[in-house]
Design a protein around this ligand. Structure first.
Ligand SMILES: *Cc1c(COP(=O)(O)O)cnc(C)c1O
Length: 360
């Protein structure tokens, strides 16, 4: 059978080795007589699974001691409101950078709770770049500064961080977390939905500096208070146990691959392969500014959108799936997360070459 390569933006490809291990362990985890799905979240087996997942994530990202790791639900979307509900700390405004559709959604949600200052925006050029850090109009009294370090839809990645001084930096890292090392100590809070680069949907990871916990107003619903989740080791209510288990397997897989520095090298290699071909092709085009091109989500267009349907159909016949771009950007998008092997990108480029030749 021809291999299939899945370029979905999310839920997305998972490491084959992890899926095979999960399959083997599905009915009976480590001779416990139970599937992970059947275990009490307060039993010793699952407590061990969750503790190992957290430790492996801490090791991979070198998360400092004074940060808590929370395993939550509700997706990145719920963080759009949990962040202002917990981090405003009696301040009236927060700074947001608007680099794409996900930034915009975070901004609109935060505007329900506070004054939002959009300190920089790339909406003037259809979200195809990150505004120069020197032009950001940061407010020293902002409760926090929110960025989206990889815009999954636009394919725009932020490779340098602003200096926000005493103002905590909050980051939606959903679609590039674990793709390269980051200095966690630069952030007040990092959040990520799991279904892009971590594991199955249903799990949201929050990494939060301890001093930012415990500031929610008493009117904030219990489930939306970071303090409740931190005090209860993410087990205030039933956590998404199977998704945590799967994320844990992915963390172990990442360690076996050599950790995040090794992943970064591979991700650079994969992304360069595709961008170099696009730029050299005289057929395909990348809409994103050179210095902000995402290594995870790579949108590209054909010479004429009337060719899109034929491209997608031919790609599918070659086992290259889910390449259709987001409707707001058009064209194609190849998402090449950690679990996408280089063979997938090589196969895609070979197909693109052939398609360009056949349609000149
Ligand atoms: C996918 C995505 C989201 C939305 O995630 P949900 O888990 O569906 O809420 C938010 N931000 C970014 C950057 C994303 O890629």
């Amino acid at each position: 059978m021809k291999p299939i390569f899945n370029f979905s933006a999310g839920p997305a490809v998972l490491p084959k080795e992890v899926l095979i291990q999960a399959q083997a362990e599905l009915p009976d985890w480590h001779a416990s007589g139970m599937s992970v799905m059947e275990m009490s979240h307060r039993g010793k087996e699952f407590m061990q699974i969750a503790a190992e997942a957290e430790q492996d994530l801490r090791d991979l990202m070198q998360i400092p001691q004074q940060y808590r790791v929370l395993f939550l639900q509700g997706g990145a979307h719920l963080q759009f409101s949990m962040v202002p509900l917990n981090l405003l700390r009696n301040k009236s405004s927060a700074d947001y950078v608007n680099t794409g559709i996900w930034s915009k959604k975070a901004i609109d949600e935060a505007a329900k709770f506070c004054q939002v200052n959009v300190v920089a925006s790339s909406s003037d050029k259809n979200y195809s770049y990150v505004p120069d850090l020197a032009t950001w109009q940061l407010n020293p009294n902002a409760a926090y500064l929110h960025i989206t370090s990889n815009e999954t839809i636009g394919g725009v990645e932020m490779f340098t961080l602003p200096d926000s001084g005493e103002v905590p930096l909050v980051c939606d890292m959903s679609s590039h977390i674990l793709s390269r090392p980051v200095d966690v100590s630069r952030y007040g809070l990092i959040y990520a939905g799991a279904q892009k680069n971590i594991g199955p949907a249903g799990l949201t990871i929050v990494i939060i500096r301890e001093d930012l916990i415990g500031h929610a107003a008493s009117s904030v619903p219990t489930m939306l208070d970071y303090k409740i989740h931190a005090e209860n080791e993410s087990m205030y209510n039933t956590p998404p146990t199977y998704a945590i288990y799967m994320a844990g397997l992915v963390f172990k897989w990442l360690k076996q691959q050599g950790g995040l520095a090794a992943m970064e090298q591979r991700n650079i290699e994969k992304a360069n392969l595709l961008y170099d071909y696009i730029d050299a092709s005289n057929f395909y085009r990348s809409p994103v500014a050179l210095e902000n091109r995402s290594r995870m989500n790579i949108p590209f267009t054909l010479p004429d959108s009337s060719m899109d349907a034929a491209f997608l159909q031919a790609a599918q016949q070659q086992g290259l799936l889910q390449l259709k771009g987001h409707k707001l950007v058009g064209g194609m998008r190849a998402s090449i997360y950690n679990a996408m092997p280089i063979e997938g990108v090589q196969t895609l480029v070979a197909f693109m070459q052939q398609f360009a030749k056949d349609n000149k």
